[in-house]
Write a protein that binds this ligand. Structure first.
Ligand SMILES: [Zn+2]
Length: 320
């Protein structure tokens, strides 16, 4: 009998350890695709947005509902991959996004979380013209009129989930971010089971940059396994700002399973595979394209000078 118990205990330990081993990590992204998920799909996220190749669509407009109301009912968790804030209040009064950018349908907030890097030039999942930001916020919304829950909306893969992404730069202290920074600080070493229902109110509007009209839209996926596709991504062009000490709260967050820091919790850039990225504004030309034009014109002027020196100035010299 004792032997039987020992075998049962050993088998249980084996199953538990394989279950933990099957959990994914950012350091082993090539093994995310396992045939049962969509991580090797053709419409994956994140992407690098090349502003020279986006399609301008002046009709794209994003509107916010209840983003200026204090968020009271929510739960914060250090899930070992990020710090996540789950909305736990009534769906009808949840913050939401809408507007022509979402065919005027209402997408309710389910949760938001952050991705960050260990240095200033890395951290965000999306990039703009090859540039990464130190922090990227993901506000995950779903079309509640079509699906009861976020997981049902994800399973449908029908464009019923929309993630609003906001970049952060390390500049001035942001008083509106302080309440979030405090909570990150409190949960730096927490296990997923130690999630907390917080009393402090958060106003989501404070997490947005001053200009939330300039944005990009494309169709992509979750950036963590199972990498489910069919998501509408909205990326704000203007980054928000946080102070150095606020950013450092992220750097202290650890994964309680491994005991290691969570920093660099971003997925690598995925191929566009012909997908169209739209912008609500005309991206300016002060980037690679403009520099390229300037270089070309410099070469043309130089060639013209050489040509003139041979054809024009030489005869003048010969007259003398
Ligand atoms: Zn995310």
């Amino acid at each position: 009998m004792a032997k039987l118990f020992a075998i049962i205990i050993l088998l249980s330990c084996y199953y538990i350890s394989t279950a933990i081993a099957s959990d994914w990590s950012y350091s082993d992204q090539q093994s995310w695709a396992n045939g049962e998920n969509q991580c090797d799909g053709s419409s994956q996220s994140p992407i690098d947005i090349n502003t020279q190749e986006v399609y301008y669509n002046g009709t794209l407009k994003l509107d916010f509902i209840n983003y200026d109301h204090p968020l009271i009912s929510y739960k914060v968790t250090n899930n070992g991959h990020s710090i996540q804030f789950d909305y736990t209040g009534d769906v009808g009064s949840a913050p939401a996004i809408t507007g022509t950018v979402l065919n005027n349908e209402i997408f309710r907030l389910a949760q938001f979380h952050f991705h960050w890097g260990s240095a200033k030039h890395i951290g965000s999942e999306h990039k703009i013209n090859g540039r990464a930001f130190p922090v990227e916020l993901h506000l995950v919304h779903y079309n509640h009129a079509k699906h009861d829950t976020l997981s049902k909306a994800l399973e449908a893969r029908d464009g019923s989930v929309s993630v609003l992404a906001v970049f952060f730069e390390i500049k001035k202290m942001n008083p509106g971010f302080e309440v979030v920074a405090d909570m990150i600080d409190k949960l730096q070493e927490a296990t997923p089971e130690q999630s907390q229902f917080m009393r402090e109110t958060i106003t989501l509007q404070n997490l947005l940059p001053k200009n939330s009209e300039k944005l990009y839209r494309y169709h992509g996926s979750l950036t963590t396994p199972p990498c489910t596709e069919g998501l509408v991504w909205l990326i704000l062009n203007q980054p928000n700002e946080i102070g150095r000490s606020q950013f450092e709260k992220f750097l202290g967050v650890i994964d309680s399973h491994s005991g290691e820091k969570i920093a660099n919790n971003f997925r690598k850039i995925q191929p566009l595979n012909g997908r169209k990225v739209e912008s609500s504004f005309k991206p300016d030309m002060v980037n690679k394209g403009f520099v390229h034009m300037a270089t070309s014109s410099t070469i043309i002027v130089s060639l013209l000078m050489i040509f003139l020196s041979i054809v024009g100035i030489s005869p003048l010299l010969s007259i003398q």
